[in-house]
Design a protein around this ligand. Structure first.
Ligand code: NAP
Length: 257
């Protein structure tokens, strides 16, 4: 078996939430480069349109859709529009997420809810929307959830984020168990510290320097470090994998956080 064929995504339709920056942007470009038609979903539509144009310039096909993952009607409308343009979505990259910091002792209900509603509630309802459509279309599919090493180990100041990602890891297993009978695979990637807009300020400061020093590979990750895990879980190369968590962190979690 040739690797190119094993990981080929021709004929598949992939929807990527949070495709307007960071990892989601990279995931969408990589899926398109490997043959998938990609649907780009996030709130900042201008960014998505710019990415769709770049993918088209590289010979791929992409559709930019404004979508707030915390609004169920917005999510349903995005899947409807995706289906109308490309046919049923068979790959979901459940990537949209936020990571505001804050001390647990002073955290208000709104700040807590905002993180949980984006990172956990929305991840569930977006996966459910995708799965209901996969079941109806009898296509099966692959769902890839973006967890984090902070769902396995913790640092100070990220209580809701760490709780949301730990929840997402367990949710991945629960959905994998229920949906395997429909040939829907549900897996998760736990990235370590990958430099993107979500953490640029934090990693540039003293805490970032300490984290880099503590990483066994002595560097932060880059978005492209996740390409292999993404393609494994999204493509038929991972066809007997479900409920798995693939950690991509330069060994960070082995060192404690
Ligand atoms: N970077 C890391 O080190 C790291 C490590 C572990 C896990 N992760 C996870 O990887 C995922 C991507 O993170 P990133 O580093 O790429 O962060 P990022 O650059 O800040 O991107 C986050 C994306 O989520 C989207 N988003 C946030 N709220 C949304 C909403 N309500 N509706 C729709 N889209 C929404 C944003 O788009 P709009 O603002 O345009 O809506 C943006 O495209 C997150 O789940 C994050 O927790 C990242």
């Amino acid at each position: 078996m040739r690797a190119q064929k094993l990981f080929d995504l021709s004929g598949k339709v992939a929807l990527v939430t949070g495709a307007s920056s960071g990892l989601g942007r990279r995931f969408a470009a990589v899926l398109a480069a490997n043959g998938a038609k990609v649907v780009l979903a996030a709130r900042r539509k201008a960014r998505l349109e710019e990415l769709a144009a770049a993918i088209a310039a590289d010979g791929g096909q992409a559709l930019a859709l404004a979508c707030d993952v915390t609004e169920r009607e917005s999510v349903a409308a995005a899947f409807q529009a995706a289906e109308a343009r490309f046919g049923p979505v068979t790959i979901l990259i459940n990537n949209a997420g936020i990571a505001p910091g804050g001390a647990a002792l002073e955290m208000g209900q709104e700040a807590w809810r905002q993180v949980l509603s984006t990172n956990l509630d929305a991840a569930f309802f977006v996966a459910q929307e995708a799965a209901q459509r996969m079941v109806r279309a009898e296509t099966g599919g692959a769902i890839v959830n973006l967890a984090s090493v902070l769902g396995l180990a913790v640092i100070k100041g990220v209580a809701p984020y760490a709780a949301s990602k730990a929840g997402l890891i367990q949710l991945t297993k629960a959905l994998a168990l229920e949906w395997a009978r429909y040939s829907i695979r549900v897996n998760a990637i736990a990235p370590g510290w990958i430099e993107t807009e979500i953490n640029a300020d934090f990693l540039a400061g003293p805490a970032g320097a300490a984290i880099r020093q503590q990483n066994p590979m002595r560097r932060f990750g880059k978005a492209e470090d996740l390409d292999g895990a993404l393609l494994l879980l999204a493509s038929d190369a991972g066809r007997y994998m479900t409920g798995s968590l693939v950690t991509v962190d330069g060994g960070q979690v082995l060192a404690g956080s």
